[in-house]
Design a protein around this ligand. Sequence first.
Ligand code: SF4
Ligand code: SF4
Length: 292
Amino acid sequence: MIRIAVASGKGGTGKTFVATNIFNTLVKRNIKCLLIDCDAEAPNSVAFFNAELSGRHEVTQQVPVIDTDKCTYCGRCREYCVYNAIFILLSVRMIKVIEDLCHGCGACTVACRDGAITEKASSLGSVFPFTRNGDLQIIEARMDAGVMSPVKVIKSAIGQISNHYDIVILDAPPGTSCPFIQTVAAADYTILVTEPTPFGLSDLRQSAGTLRIMNKQFGAIINRAGTGNREVYQYLENEKIPLLLEIPFKKEIAEAYSVGRLVSDSDPFFAEQLAGLAENIIEKYGNSNHQR
Ligand code: SF4
Ligand code: SF4
């Protein structure tokens, strides 16, 4: 099995377009493939497929509950909390857990010597499995509104991967912060989707820099090729980052995407390019050890 993440430094570069079309191409070639939408803040990969929702797995974390009858207002829990999620106002003997800031680490529970802290489960989001023709093919990570970080929801979605699949495609969240890192850390190879503009180049630099620090293998796809300038090409060459594919800027592609159609269904040449790209990655980077 190989896990391939499709990522981009910023939203709107065509990451989901690439991920869904690679997945579609591979499934049509009878390869056992799983698509995980890790863009938990705004997942939409499943919209391109006729898929059936087949369950829901709620992702929770334990947050502290403080019994003010037992609390002595000693302040130890607040000292232990590196996320500043405990607020104490001694003058009026007030103590509050700011659940939005809590990371569920449990340090405050350990800190309290007066038995004033218990814990309760707090919802972070859900993982939704979708089947196609009775086979689990798509998993969607979706965080709850107002939750600070989707990382645990993404981790839970990635944790659903079984050995049943030959290829897992991870549609990564945009950016280079923790959700991106959580996703690409689980991948054997990352495809960075960019565009030939100064914004595309700036974000590509950040993504590539992060992947290099993580010691991860990656290459780039340039979407909307033919627009912008050549600086992205120069950067890839200077940095010796493989250019995997150029996707031309075409009205037909934008039109198909805007109505939820997969270009790989109507353009056999494009499907062939994606299949070849996946084949090359599998040949070079398959059977790596997976980090979780
Ligand atoms: S569980 Fe951790 S993050 Fe949450 S309030 Fe306690 S110490 Fe802070
Ligand atoms: S450590 Fe326990 S007793 Fe001390 S302030 Fe926190 S909850 Fe209250």
